[in-house]
Design a protein around this ligand. Structure first.
Ligand code: ZN
Length: 256
C-alpha cells in the first residue's frame, strides 16, 4: 500500500494542484489529509473541493474549525483571514457548493487510528491545537508525555515544519535523512510538513509518501517529497484581497 499524506494546504490552490499532479506520478493508492485545508490562502472553496474529490481520509485542523466556529487563539492577521474564509464559504453565489463544503467540514474527525498508525493534525495529546516543534526535543517532559499516547507511529502536521521525532528525543529534518526513513522498531512522530505554507525555509510544497506491505520493504518507509510550484500567482491573489494581509503572501517566497 502506498499512501500520500498531505497537510496544511491553507487555501493555496497552486501548491495543492502541483502536489496532486506529483502524487499522480507516484503510484499512490490513497491520499490522507491531516487538516487545515483553509485559512490564510485565497482559494478555500477550490481546495475543499479538491480534498473532497481526492482524499480518502481527512482530519479537522484548527483553521478549519476556526472557520466554522468562533476562532480562538489566532493572531490578528490569521483571524481576519479566517473571517474572510468564512465569508467565502457563506457566499450565496454558490449556495449548493457551499452547503456541501460546510457539511464536509462539519463531519471531519480529529484523529484517525489505523494500527500501527495514528493520524492527527496537532499532537496525540491535543489532536487539534498542540504544536510539537523540533525544539521540543529539549523538553523531555513534554515529549515524553506525548509519546506515551503513541502506540507506534503518529503522523501529524500543524507546525508546517517537516521531520521525524524519535522517542529518545532526536529530531531529523528531511535533508538530514536524505528525505527517506525506515520506520523501524521504536515509536515515532512524523511531521509531514505543509503543502500550502511551508515554514522550514524551503518554499517548495511538502508532503510524504508512506509505503508498507510492499514486497521489498520489510518495515514501513516514508519519503519526503518537495515540489516547486508557482507561488508568485498565489502571492498576487493574496495581495489583491484586502482582508488577507500581504505578509501571508510574501512569506511563501521564503518558506517562512
Ligand atoms: Zn496549518
Amino acid at each position: 500500500m502506498r499512501r500520500a499524506i498531505i497537510s496544511d494546504i491553507h487555501g493555496n490552490l497552486e501548491a495543492l494542484d502541483t502536489v496532486l499532479s506529483d502524487i499522480e506520478t507516484q503510484g499512490v493508492d490513497e491520499i490522507y489529509c491531516l487538516g487545515d485545508i483553509i485559512g490564510y490562502g485565497p482559494n478555500p472553496r477550490e481546495c475543499i473541493d479538491r480534498v473532497i474529490e481526492h482524499c480518502r481520509v481527512t482530519l479537522l485542523g484548527n483553521h478549519d474549525q476556526g472557520a466554522m466556529f468562533d476562532p480562538d487563539g489566532f493572531n490578528v492577521g490569521a483571524e481576519r483571514a479566517i473571517f474572510w474564509t468564512r465569508a467565502q464559504l457563506e457566499s450565496p453565489s454558490d449556495r449548493e457548493g457551499n452547503e456541501r463544503r460546510w457539511e464536509f467540514l462539519g463531519e471531519l474527525p480529529r484523529a484517525h487510528k489505523q494500527p500501527p498508525y495514528l493520524f492527527v493534525h496537532g499532537s496525540p495529546r491535543n489532536p487539534l491545537s498542540e504544536y510539537i516543534f523540533p525544539e521540543d526535543i529539549y523538553d523531555h517532559r513534554k515529549l515524553g508525555r506525548v509519546f506515551q499516547l503513541v502506540d507506534r507511529y503518529c503522523f501529524q502536521g500543524h507546525t508546517h515544519v517537516p521531520g521525524v521525532f524519535t522517542e529518545n528525543f532526536q529530531f531529523f529534518a528531511p535533508e538530514e535523512i536524505d528525505h527517506e526513513y525506515a520506520l523501524g522498531d521504536g515509536k515515532l512522530m512524523i511531521n509531514v510538513g505543509s503543502v500550502g505554507q511551508p515554514r522550514d525555509g524551503d518554499p517548495r510544497a511538502c508532503y510524504v509518501i508512506l509505503e508498507d506491505e510492499g514486497p521489498e520493504s520489510q518495515s514501513p518507509r516514508i519519503t519526503y517529497r518537495r515540489v516547486p510550484y508557482d507561488f508568485e500567482t498565489t502571492i498576487q491573489k493574496i495581495h489583491a484581497i484586502p482582508d488577507l494581509e500581504p505578509y501571508l503572501g510574501d512569506r511563501l517566497r521564503q518558506g517562512r
